[in-house]
Design a protein around this ligand. Sequence first.
Ligand SMILES: Nc1ncnc2c1ncn2[C@@H]1O[C@H](COP(=O)(O)OP(=O)(O)OP(=O)(O)O)[C@@H](O)[C@H]1O
Ligand SMILES: [Mg+2]
Length: 441
Amino acid sequence: MAGGTTLQKAIDLATKATTEDKAKNYEEALKYYEHAIEFFIHSIKYEAQGEKAKECIRQKCQQYLDRAEKLKAYLKKGKKKPVADGEEGSKDDKKSGDSGDSDTDSDPEKKKLQSRLEGAIVIEKPNIKWTDVAGLDLAKEALKEAVILPIKFPHLFTGKRIPWKGILLFGPPGTGKSYLAKAVATEANNSNFLSVSSSDLVSKWLGESEKLVKNLFELARQRKPSIIFIDEIDSLCSSRSDNESESARRIKTEFLVQMQGVSNDNDGILVLGATNIPWVLDAAIRRRFEKRIYIGLPEEHARGTMFKIHLGNTAHNLTEEDFRKLAAETEGYSGADISIIVRDALMQPVRLVQTATHFKRVTGPSPKDPSVIVDDLLTPCSPGDPEAIEMSWTQVESDKLYDPPVTMKHMLKSLATTRPTVNEDDMSKLDKFKEDFGQEG
Ligand SMILES: Nc1ncnc2c1ncn2[C@@H]1O[C@H](COP(=O)(O)OP(=O)(O)OP(=O)(O)O)[C@@H](O)[C@H]1O
Ligand SMILES: [Mg+2]
């Protein structure tokens, strides 16, 4: 096993835990166990190389986890004597340990899980409007249909007309899937938006992951109408296979049951998933996302809008014609690529200030108070300019700098140095999935 530092730390902690455990300092022991488990999981995720090493750590981890659970139960009940380490349970303990699974007698436990989940869930409202998302009209329509209309006009959705329960957004990276979900969170302000990343559900506690999934749905039911958004859902629900770990399988099964279980009432709950590798999803999970919307690379018109959105209210002198030209030249670029081009272009005036050897005086709004126009501002210029004064930015006072506007030249320069991130290979796989299972967004 590679003796990485995290793993070493985990082992040290586990040793301390067993020492305390033997000395009957159960509270201390529990703390060390919990700590050790976190380090073990971290080392499985980021350090351990090879399945064998991982499995080995996982098994050890499960042992400590079991022991920690027992200690926890014991400390909670304040019972006289817990089962000693190694001797597998008195009758009494066994009984209570087993029935813990059914969740009926463990309400405080459930509360604790839910409160932990609440920590993982993003509840705050991002401030992204529908209009901040360029293009993707069909996707927006579908989301409105599933999210906004049923709440605003409940009578529309009675009888056989039921709103969508599961929507999957798929498409190449950087095309606005997560961004669109944020817009849903902002715009659906009558529903609770529970956003969890797959890692929140998987990483923390090996044995408790499927309970977390269950609790996530229960939390959503308590607070309905609600939207559960799971980003990068592929890492949670890839195809079931023979060599996957037991806990991954259990998470998936729980997910299937919760999304469409016999005894589960999912009225008023929408599950929104996003992925850029939809083909790894398990077929049964795929089916539960009734609507699968393809979020593709932006069209020319959308690209033009994106340039405008990302420039925002920064000073620039680009014309409509310039925006059209930029849009035409960015075929194959994703939304994220375009935002990078714009960010790079926005930095260029700053670089200009840094490297300028000459400045000249101009009139303009004062950086301190834009409503006041002053005439002693300084802006970079070429040495040949008749009004040029030889100086560097260090000699310019902080409230005297007139920041040069972003120009088309800046944009084109950034465009020339930024390549699109999405490649043909990914696109053809996505196209195939779209043809087989999806719909255009
Ligand atoms: N349609 C769009 N309109 C405006 N901005 C966009 C759009 N698409 C992408 N962007 C910009 O690109 C950034 C990245 O997008 P986002 O995080 O949503 O990508 P994603 O589709 O979730 O990618 P991944 O599959 O890699 O998670 C956003 O923060 C946003 O600034
Ligand atoms: Mg994303």
